[in-house]
Design a binder for this molecule. Structure first.
Ligand SMILES: *Cc1c(COP(=O)(O)O)cnc(C)c1O
Length: 361
């Protein structure tokens, strides 16, 4: 069977090159006579793989030396509580609410009875945008400012990083990590569940600025302290070796195609193809996100005639364009076009959209 173009929001498309490389060494990893699934996480092969994965990510994204890279479990959802538990202390914590995932992050901080402050929300307009810089006023002595850089469900994305004037910025980058260069100036912590843009489910990438480790309260359970994982280089307990290995192969693929600047250009080109199909459809398709907040990763749109949405999905699937059904909070369609989605997938989708509009108007 031929492979399809997979527009699922996550778990999501992975680079064919990375899958093939994993397949080629699946039964016998680096002459151990064992699969990577079977080797000890303390073997020299596994440790070397882990270091190499970290190094590739660090090099790709230009992560400064004073940041630690951790591979944790429990998904991005566990970072919703680990962040406030470890970093908030008694101070106010600022949250910018741009969708379901930031709501959930805020909720965990509230469960922990932290002093939360909602700096901004676009809930009234069903999260169709992210704030402009002028709409943001942070608490003076906030412990951190939390933002969701790409709103996977609503299809919006920040196209700048807010100036927090030294307050550590905590960013949920689950659906756009490693897709554009960033300036680490104000960044305190980045987290990302791997299964959107980095690899398979099972591992969460955490990048934390060293000085923030001093805030971690001693009384937290061992597994919930960033310091535990930092001290033990993500090997305090058994890490998800296979998932980390796949993240490493994806990172290597990114490096081979030209790195983060290059992937940003490619992503811009890819997204434009689909947004053009929306904008040139004379109202047949309507984008959910306001134009200056449009995501390069998740493109959300509805059909003017809602009754056609089922048909759209069915016919797209029949020609190998799968996973386009939108999330229930927006309705309509969502095309997730992460780093690994080839440009051909976007071209084929745009062609299909044009044809479908012509036939059904
Ligand atoms: C998917 C997603 C999450 C949740 O990730 P899990 O790893 O499933 O916990 C959190 N934030 C964003 C932005 C997401 O897209």
């Amino acid at each position: 069977m031929e492979r399809v173009f997979n527009f699922n929001p996550g778990p999501a498309v992975l680079p064919l090159e990375a899958l093939k490389e994993a397949q080629a060494e699946f039964l016998n990893y680096k002459n151990t006579g064992m699969s990577i699934l079977e080797i000890s996480h303390r073997s020299k092969e596994a440790e070397a793989m882990l270091q190499e994965t970290k190094n590739t990510i660090k090099e790709l994204w230009g992560i400064p030396d004073n940041y630690k890279i951790l591979f944790l479990q429990g998904g991005a959802s566990s970072q919703f509580f680990m962040v406030p538990m470890n970093l908030a202390g008694e101070k106010t914590v600022d949250y910018v609410i741009t969708g379901t995932w930031s709501e959930k992050a805020l909720e965990e901080a509230n469960i922990l009875k932290k002093k939360t402050n909602v700096v901004y929300t676009s809930k009234e307009t069903n999260y169709d945008r992210v704030p402009k810089p002028s709409e943001l006023q942070f608490s003076k002595d906030a412990a951190y400012v939390h933002i969701t850089t790409n709103n996977t469900i609503f299809g919006t994305q920040w196209h700048y990083l807010p100036e927090t004037n030294g307050i550590p910025l905590v960013m949920d980058m689950s659906s756009d990590a490693l897709s554009y260069p960033i300036d680490f100036k104000n960044i305190g912590l980045i987290y990302a569940g791997a299964q959107k843009n980095l690899g398979p489910a099972g591992v969460t990438l955490v990048i934390i600025r060293e000085d923030l480790l001093a805030r971690v309260p001693k009384e937290l359970p061992t597994m919930l302290k960033y310091t535990t994982h930092e001290k033990n280089d993500s090997l305090y307990n058994t890490p998800p070796v296979f998932a980390i290995y796949m993240v490493g192969l994806v990172a290597k693929w990114l490096k081979n195609i030209g790195g983060i600047k290059k992937i940003k250009e490619i992503n811009e080109e890819k997204a434009k193809i689909i947004y053009d199909a929306i904008d040139n459809s004379n109202g047949f398709y309507k984008g959910h996100a306001q134009k200056d907040s449009r995501s390069l990763m998740n493109i959300t749109f509805t059909l003017a005639n809602k009754d056609l949405e089922g048909k759209f999905d069915k016919e797209a699937t029949a020609i190998g364009l799968v996973g386009l059904k939108g999330h229930r909070s927006v309705g309509g369609m969502r095309a997730s076009i992460y780093n690994a989605m080839p440009i051909e997938g976007c071209q084929k989708l745009a062609e299909f959209m044009n044809d479908f509009a012509k036939k059904n108007k």
